[in-house]
Design a protein around this ligand. Structure first.
Ligand code: SF4
Ligand code: ZN
Length: 760
């Protein structure tokens, strides 16, 4: 143990605890002890204080006892004569520093000084729950402040299930902007979450990334917390809350929380540039959590011995790292960090000109930043994966058939078809839909590319930045080849991709794809929910909607329309620990509404307690939640005693006074909203379509595109319902877009809903 580090950490801790005391006293005088204190968008009070001391701080006056606690942890500086083991004192100082830092940040919130800001800073995407701190406020330069609970859960799940190996807290300023970007890209490539804070002589890694145009925000997994070292308390608060949320610990179980982090959370601190007393003290705080600190300057080290297994401080002076240039040195520095913490990482090299990693999955390409789009309002994009014979696939072949997007004006649209052909000795036709659904996740991994939807309502955008870097159509094929081989190598031996833009061929393949979708939908035709004891869960969308779970039964497919019961079964056979698990129905609670003990239990467990009960067959009581992938939205129209069904492809106004995109905001996000449901369009044809509420006869309005594209299926439904003319009694946007018009149409045609029991 280094006396030098102990001395500087203790000195730093004394300094910051004194500062906290002065600031707290000032606030107590100016604002009074009853002033509320809180971090925004979290139910965990001041999380590090809660975790370490069990105190639920809500008022300024309550901070006095926390300060006292921090003061008790302080130690005198080691003398030059006396040698004692310094580790205990160093760790205590670290803890005192964290408590003091959280006190200071909390007080700053009262004064509106947190989160900090940088003029001109813009946060990419940001959090959907806290626009005032992320998205919009980003416009006036605000940095992030604490991560909100919703985001914590989304990332926490990925940390727990291994999609995200860990997080890196970068403190300070890199040797050059180029090095800063390289470090961040290397981390992103490995899906490591990146937290930024601190500065060296006023310059921060945040400035460096900003100057280089690197997008920061929740969307890109890069969170800029603040320009000073104190904002390192936010990553620590994040780690503390992870233990509380996922480790089932309670506030005050300090030791358990620290151990949980040391054993389960693969995090490290990368200190760039000169390390001052406060940084030493904060580093001592981090090593309490078992997070090693790697510095790119020459400092004394703390190496693990028998006693100090995790208390690492590693020095790796940047200019002494072997490498042909700074970029190679940066790469090695990142490797060293990862080795030190022992993070296990699977790296798939995807040969495209933009960065790639699941860090980019949730990235949004806004219209003004877009070079070209495929699908959406002005064009048609579809994707189709099929199995073919071994000798029909040339592995790695990517063909672009038809023109590229060069001739499309900026922000324009064009038609696109993506055909993936796979072959493999273990491949089965049943696996096709499962693999096809991955296209969404695989394509989204590219920086500057946005993918929404599936099948023939896919919607893909290429950003101007990605286009400038040379991202072309063939790169979709390169991504898909690399990822299918890497992730599904057990069943797929060869992959080839056709990217089709040529109009005649596009139409021909679209028809083939639709025939295949239809065939997949119909395979289940005779299977009923009663005939099986088990349904399937789908948690694939939890990376976007952390509390959402689809329950998939033979007669109710996933709301994206791309995963039905057989697909879930196939997915389970490919990956028994994956997102699709069989779940026993259990005993029946309400047969008509489709409420079962087993389904409730799994819904509760997988929604983190957000959903208590789920009804398979009703929109009015405990309806199933939705992520954002639904093909259609079903919504109660109280005036008409029925429901409307709005297709994702319909951009018109609806009788609810909202368009699809506004409605989507209400239906999604994993919330249970009686009267609103996101569904796969094929569910409309199921005898299990809201039977508890009266079934298909409740449909009073429906986007015309559904009437047209599903005419045959709907004819079967109306025959089954004993009302062959029902479709003409159902209004659509060509007939009316308001309730008055709707009621007039229903009365004129004698729609059955008007005669049915009241819906509520
Ligand atoms: Fe699975 Fe539902 Fe997402 Fe479809 S929408 S991928 S069924 S969770
Ligand atoms: Zn989804």
């Amino acid at each position: 143990m280094s006396r030098y580090i102990a001395t500087r950490a203790i000195r730093g801790a004394n300094l910051i605890v004194n500062e906290a005391e002065a600031l707290l006293n000032k606030a107590l005088t100016e604002k009074g002890p009853e002033t509320p204190v809180a971090f925004p968008n979290t139910a965990y009070y001041l999380p590090t204080i809660l975790g370490m001391t069990g105190r639920e701080i809500g008022r300024l006056g309550e901070l006095t006892s926390v300060l006292q606690h921090a003061q008790d942890l302080l130690h005198p500086l080691p003398t030059t004569q006396c040698w004692t083991p310094y580790l205990g004192e160093t760790l205590d100082s670290g803890m005192a520093t964290l408590l003091a830092a959280e006190i200071i940040e909390a007080v700053r919130f009262i004064y509106g000084e947190e989160p900090g800001s940088i003029p001109g800073f813009h946060m990419a995407g940001g959090s959907f729950t806290s626009p005032e701190f992320a998205g919009e406020a980003g416009a006036n330069g605000r940095l992030n402040g604490p991560i909100d609970d919703v985001q914590l859960r989304a990332w926490g799940i990925q940390l727990v299930d291994g999609r995200m190996p860990g997080f890196a807290a970068i403190v300070g300023c890199a040797k050059s902007n180029e090095v800063a970007v390289k470090i961040v890209r290397e981390l992103q490539k490995r899906n490591i979450l990146i937290f930024l804070c601190g500065n060296v002589n006023g310059r921060s890694v945040i400035h460096q990334l900003m100057e280089e145009g690197v997008e920061m925000g929740y969307d890109t997994y890069i969170v800029p917390f603040g320009l000073d070292t104190l904002s390192a308390i936010y990553p620590i608060g994040f780690a503390t809350r992870s233990a509380l949320t996922f480790g089932g610990m309670k506030g005050g179980q300090a030791k358990d929380i620290l151990l949980y982090n040391r054993q389960r959370v693969f995090a490290f601190v990368l200190a760039l540039g000169e390390v001052d007393d406060l940084k030493y003290a904060a580093a001592a705080g981090a090593i309490n959590y078992g997070f090693p600190v790697i510095a790119d300057t020459r400092i004394p080290q703390i190496l693990p011995t028998g006693v100090t297994t995790y208390e690492h401080v590693i020095s790796m002076p940047f200019n002494e790292i072997e490498g042909k240039d700074d970029l190679e040195r940066a790469e090695k520095l990142v490797q060293k960090c990862i080795e030190t913490r022992g993070v296990k990482i699977k790296l798939t090299e995807v040969p495209i000109p933009v960065p790639y990693g699941s860090a980019f999955e949730g990235e949004v390409v806004r219209k003004k930043d877009m070079r070209v789009e495929f699908g959406g309002k002005y064009s048609r994009a579809f994707e189709y994966l099929r199995m073919v014979d071994m000798d029909q696939v040339e592995d790695g072949k990517v063909e672009v058939i038809g023109p590229g997007y060069d001739d499309v004006p900026a922000e324009g649209a064009m038609d696109l078809g993506i055909i993936v052909e796979v072959a493999g000795r273990k491949m089965q036709q049943d696996f096709e839909p499962v693999l096809e659904r991955q296209i969404h996740y695989f394509v989204n991994g590219a920086s500057g590319i946005q993918h929404i939807g599936q099948r023939d309502i896919a919607w893909i955008r290429i950003s101007k930045a990605a286009a400038d870097k040379g991202f072309s159509l063939r790169h979709f094929g390169d991504i898909l080849h690399a990822r299918f081989m890497a992730d599904f190598g057990a069943i797929v031996d060869k992959v080839q991709v056709k990217i089709i833009t040529k109009p005649a061929l596009h139409a021909e393949w679209l028809a083939k794809a639709r025939a295949a979708y239809d065939h997949r939908n119909r395979r289940l035709a005779d299977m009923t929910d009663e005939a099986v004891d088990e349904f399937y869960t789908c948690t694939l969308c939890q990376s976007f909607a952390p509390t959402h779970l689809c329950l998939v039964s033979p007669q109710r497919l996933g709301l994206c329309g791309a995963y039905n019961y057989l697909d879930c079964a196939a997915s389970y056979s490919i990956n028994p620990t994956g997102p699709n698990q069989p779940v026993r129905k259990g005993s029946v609670i309400d047969k008509e509404r489709g409420i079962y003990t087993g389904l409730n239990e799994i819904a509760r467990a997988k929604s983190q307690g957000k959903v208590e009960e789920v009804a398979m067959y009703s929109i009015m009581t405990s309806p199933m939640t939705a992520c954002g992938c639904f093909e259609c939205i079903v919504m109660l129209i109280p005036e008409a005693n029925g429901v409307m069904v709005v297709s994702r492809e319909d951009t018109s106004m609806t009788p609810a006074g909202m368009t699809f995109s506004t409605l989507a905001g209400m239906a999604g996000g994993g919330l249970q909203t009686p009267g609103v449901m996101g569904v796969g369009k094929y569910y409309l044809t199921s005898p299990k379509f809201i039977p508890a509420d009266g079934g298909f006869k409740r449909v009073v309005w429906m986007s015309s595109v559904l009437k047209q594209t599903m005419a045959d299926e709907l004819a079967e439904v109306t025959a089954r319902e004993g009302d062959p003319d029902l479709i003409s009694k159902i209004a659509d946007e060509t007939i009316c877009t308001d309730t008055d018009g709707l009621l007039a149409h229903l009365e004129a045609t004698g729609h059955p809903a008007l005669m049915m029991e009241p819906m509520f």
